[in-house]
Design a protein around this ligand. Structure first.
Ligand code: NAP
Ligand code: ZN
Length: 355
């Protein structure tokens, strides 16, 4: 075991603070990664504050990791020291159920192991990317083809990117499709960029009128302020697909009403409190579907990274020092980030040196 510096929460009511965790020595199939950058996902905040009531403490969040390989086990074939790699939301899964066989490890029937907070249903804890290094089985390590000066902005692709890419692909978003993205935060701004790159007509729904110009810059063809009923009504019955990334409980009916016959509203936002139940008639009268989607499998995550490298897509980021994480959480709650905080992990080492 190696003592590793990290930042984490010891209870739901405590701010994140420096702590020391133990990482295993790399086994034959493991890759050890020095973490360069880690994105800040709203799921990190939900978890640190136990909003999903399943947090194992101490909790070290972070599942948008980019780093450099520092060591590999004897049987590792895909990576060597010095490689630039990524780790997303998963570090293991059973590898023998039907979902794992299909490369959809996020739906592992025996429960995948999260990069942090361990198995969903009890068992050992795992610690995420708010730390100086991590040891991960090579099956769950991704190859990064972006340029060296883009790496900080690549980190958010590992969760925000794949969580929006996967449903956009699953529901065949592309040319000729009218697609809505709800919420312009970390996930939402990636959803806009990706749906635009896939060739769809993209409409961004926001509660923040001040984000309208940005949304267009990011690739939205139209922007709708979702609190404005007149603007919403102009789009009734016109969408093939809408992806909601909203991190809080809200009324789904105004969005269901915008779908065409057979259209789908897919939820990826995972708020602390449930949404009010939608009106059944909004579903049955047009055979509409209400769906959900969870991150994406490892094969699809690599596909997404390669798609982004090819199309020059990265996240819009604001870099922070590790010690600024608690303030960043407060700003994320206010929607005050364009559009993803990324922690420069060198600041954790500097902090330790100065102490
Ligand atoms: P985020 O950066 O905080 O963005 C959420 C956006 O939702 C906000 O920017 C805001 O956009 C909109 N929003 C509208 N009303 C809101 C309210 N009352 N409170 C908060 N936000 C509101 O969060 P994120 O990192 O993109 O994550 C979004 C959600 O997805 C979180 O619940 C997260 O846990 C979840 N998530 C799910 C998966 C999955 O696999 N399904 C993966 C990662 C994250 P506007 O200002 O434009 O309205
Ligand atoms: Zn996430």
């Amino acid at each position: 075991m190696t003592q590793t510096r990290a930042y984490g929460a010891t209870s739901a009511s405590q701010p994140l603070a420096p702590l020391s965790i133990e990482r295993r020595e790399p086994g034959p199939h493991d890759v050890k990664i020095d973490i360069l950058y880690c994105g800040v996902c709203h799921s990190d905040l939900h978890t640190a504050r136990n909003e999903w009531q399943n947090t194992l403490y101490p909790s070290v969040p972070g599942h948008e990791i980019v780093g450099t390989v520092s060591a590999v086990g004897a049987k590792v074939t895909k990576f060597k020291p010095g490689d630039t790699v990524g780790v997303g939301c998963m570090v293991d899964s059973c590898q023998h159920c039907a979902s794992c066989a299909d490369g959809e490890e996020q739906y592992c029937e025996n429960g995948f192991t999260g990069t942090y907070n361990g198995p969903m249903f009890g068992g050992e804890n795992t610690w995420g990317g708010y730390s100086e290094s991590v040891v991960v089985s090579e099956k769950f390590v991704l190859n990064i083809a972006h340029k060296a000066d883009q790496l900080a902005a690549v980190a958010p692709l590992l969760c925000a990117g794949i969580t929006t890419y996967s449903p956009l692909r699953h529901w065949n978003v592309g040319p000729g499709k009218k697609v809505g993205i709800v919420g312009l935060g970390g996930l939402g701004h990636m959803g806009v960029k990706l749906a635009h790159a896939m060739g769809a007509h993209v409409v961004l729904f926001t509660t923040s009128p001040g984000k309208q110009d940005d949304a267009k810059r990011l690739g939205a063809d139209e922007v709708v302020v979702s609190k404005d009923q007149a603007q919403m009504a102009q789009h009734t019955g016109s969408f093939d697909f809408i992806l909601s990334t909203v991190a809080a409980s809200h009324n789904l009916d105004p969005f269901l009403a915008l779908l065409k016959r057979d259209g789908t509203l897919c939820l990826v936002g995972a708020p602390e409190h449930p949404h009010p139940s939608p009106t059944v008639f909004n579903l049955i009268l047009k055979r509409r579907q209400l769906a959900g989607s969870l991150i994406g499998g490892i094969r699809e995550t690599q596909e997404m990274l390669d798609f982004c490298a090819k199309h020059g897509i990265v996240s819009d980021i604001e870099m922070i020092a590790m010690k600024d994480i608690n303030g960043a959480y407060e700003r994320m709650l206010k929607g005050d980030v364009k559009y993803r905080f990324v922690i420069d992990m060198a600041t954790l080492k500097q902090e330790a040196k100065a102490a």
